[in-house]
Design a protein around this ligand. Structure first.
Ligand code: AMP
Ligand code: MG
Length: 524
């Protein structure tokens, strides 16, 4: 690991808080605070991603050495690391929340790999920072397992995401009141090392804008374009004029649209789409009380904190992303002489999301092009899946193999959660399948091609909430094997993996209302 090369541009080029140490405070005129991780008593590596290690040029032999766990628990700094916590604000559940910042995330540095890519290494749960407010800066094992596994699973699904290098147990306990009901309990602590080209969020821009610090806002915009969007000034011109800023904003809109379209394709519900949890790179970021759709339900949210208003429910995600981009646009407005480019960027979101949604429809159904007819077909399918309580992942995967010359519902029976509802809606499903089969026959796509298309977008394996919970239950008993197995299954989500059928089943009944399996709180 001594070969990791650091080039810390964020701390090298942007203004720092003059004070160090974790004293809680409002930090003005600065985009970050220097802070070192708080050492933990007994770091132990639970799991790592060999793909991310390879990306960074870390050998498997180094991963196996005790030094690795020490470094990625925050006990040891490598030469070149310059740890800091970023200062940002955000709109939470629709309201401006003021300064938030990295309350328990500490960036270690920006490393450059063998092919010149920049990767920021960030520990989550590494102890208090000036932004921890009254909280402890730590993370519990259950939420760390969830972030570690899901971010890697998303990558393998082809969804833009931050990555995870390692999951380390701290050997220390953390007090958490899981459902905020006055019953705190000690839980094992853990630290994930997250990896992304950048962890800059919409909220990093919103905070200086809200404080009227336009010079700081401009500085961050130009820095972000230079460091994270090199293609926008590839012509060698180093001046970042308004046109470039406009292109950049449109890029962020485009990437956000594409990210959310992927979420909708695979049935991912982020759970806390606050603007401090939105990456300017269009990466899925901050895995908290996220969840996966089992029975198809536009209205479902895993987040108990949001159970009332369901702002972040599955079907609302495309709208919320747009709302978040308008907050982002408002924050950027002082850096523009006219609002026109910001409106144009928001329109880009609408256009790109619309195109991606049509693409999803065609791809998920295995149809060559996307027409209004197909869109109607998909909408009626979604409505049916919802009212008949059908598993999204299982249904679409079974659709790959449907006999388009004599379609029946039998191969889909395993996707239904309620037999009575299945019987009740069976005639509608038959009608739908007949309509679908006619479309497929009409298009005359070679069957092998149709299968390949559909299999590449309709996963067999997703990290169902109860599967993650089972791995967590085992890990809390000291058995890490469940995490390793699940990680391995999720490496190839689109392949049939004989012998691993138990990972591609409907959610069992016991998991329907169990904490961690269908409902999660923000307490992590
Ligand atoms: P989240 O909803 O997880 O994105 O967190 C919102 C804000 O609360 C961010 O500023 C986090 O850094 C902060 N936060 C959440 N949990 C903790 C914790 N255990 N210790 C310190 N800060 C936290
Ligand atoms: Mg967050």
């Amino acid at each position: 690991m001594q070969n990791l090369r650091f080039d810390n541009r964020f701390v090298g080029q942007l203004p720092a808080d003059p004070e160090s140490g974790p004293r809680p405070r409002q930090v003005r005129d600065a985009l970050y605070s220097r802070i070192v991780p708080t050492p933990v008593s007994a770091p132990r590596l639970i799991a790592h991603s060999r793909e991310v290690a390879a990306l960074l040029g870390i050998e498997e032999t180094s991963v196996a050495s005790p030094v690795f766990a020490h470094i990625f628990a925050g006990n040891t700094l490598l030469d070149g690391m310059q740890p800091y916590a970023a200062n940002y604000g955000g709109h939470q559940f629709g309201h401006w929340a003021g300064q938030l910042g990295d309350g328990r995330a500490i960036t270690l540095g920006e490393t450059i790999n063998a092919v010149g890519q920049r990767w920021e290494l960030q520990l989550k749960g590494a102890g208090p920072t000036p932004y921890s407010r009254r909280a402890d800066g730590r993370a519990v094992l259950r939420s760390s397992v969830r972030e570690f596994l899901c971010s890697e699973a998303m990558f393998h699904l082809g969804v833009p995401t931050t990555r995870a290098l390692s999951l380390v147990a701290t050997g220390e306990q953390v007090m958490r009141d899981m459902f905020y009901d006055g019953h705190p309990k000690a839980e094992p602590g853990a630290i994930v090392c997250r990896v992304a080209p950048s962890f800059i969020r919409f909220g990093n821009f919103e905070l200086p804008a809200a404080r009227g610090d336009i010079a700081l806002l401009q500085q961050l915009i130009d820095f972000t374009i230079r460091r994270d969007f090199p293609e926008l000034h590839a012509d060698g011109h180093d001046t970042i004029n308004e046109k470039r800023r406009a292109e950049w904003f449109a890029q962020v809109c485009e990437r956000t649209a594409s990210m959310v379209a992927h979420w909708m394709r695979v049935g991912f519900v982020h759970g806390v789409m606050n603007t401090d949890n939105m990456s300017v790179l269009g990466l899925t970021i901050d895995y908290g009380p996220y969840g996966w759709i089992d029975n198809f339900d536009w209205d479902w949210t895993p987040n108990t904190t949001d159970a009332e208003g369901r702002r972040y429910r599955f079907g609302n995600q495309p709208e919320i992303a747009y709302w978040n981009l308008t907050c982002f646009a408002n924050a950027l407005a002082p850096a523009f002489t006219s609002l026109e480019p910001l409106h144009a960027g928001l329109q880009r979101y609408v256009d790109v999301y619309g195109a991606a949604e049509r693409g999803n429809t065609a791809a998920k159904l295995g149809l060559a092009e996307s027409s209004d007819e197909h869109r109607g077909l998909m909408q009626s399918l979604y409505a049916l899946l919802q009212k008949a309580e059908v598993d999204m992942t299982l249904f679409f995967r079974a659709l790959v193999d449907v006999d388009v010359h004599a379609p029946t519902l039998l191969p889909f029976y395993h996707a239904f959660y309620d037999e009575a509802k299945r019987e009740q809606h069976e005639p509608e499903f038959h009608a739908w399948l007949a309509r679908y089969a006619t479309q497929v026959r009409h298009e005359d796509l070679p069957p092998a091609e149709r299968h390949a298309h559909m299999q590449a977008v309709n996963p067999r394996y997703v990290i169902r909430n109860y599967l993650a919970q089972q791995a967590i239950d085992r890990a809390e008993q000291g058995d890490d094997a469940g995490i390793h197995e699940l990680l391995d299954v999720l490496r190839r989500p689109y392949d049939d993996q004989p012998g691993r059928e138990q990972y591609a089943q409907r959610r069992p009944d016991w998991a329907r209302h169990r904490a961690g399996c269908s409902m999660l709180s923000c307490s992590s």
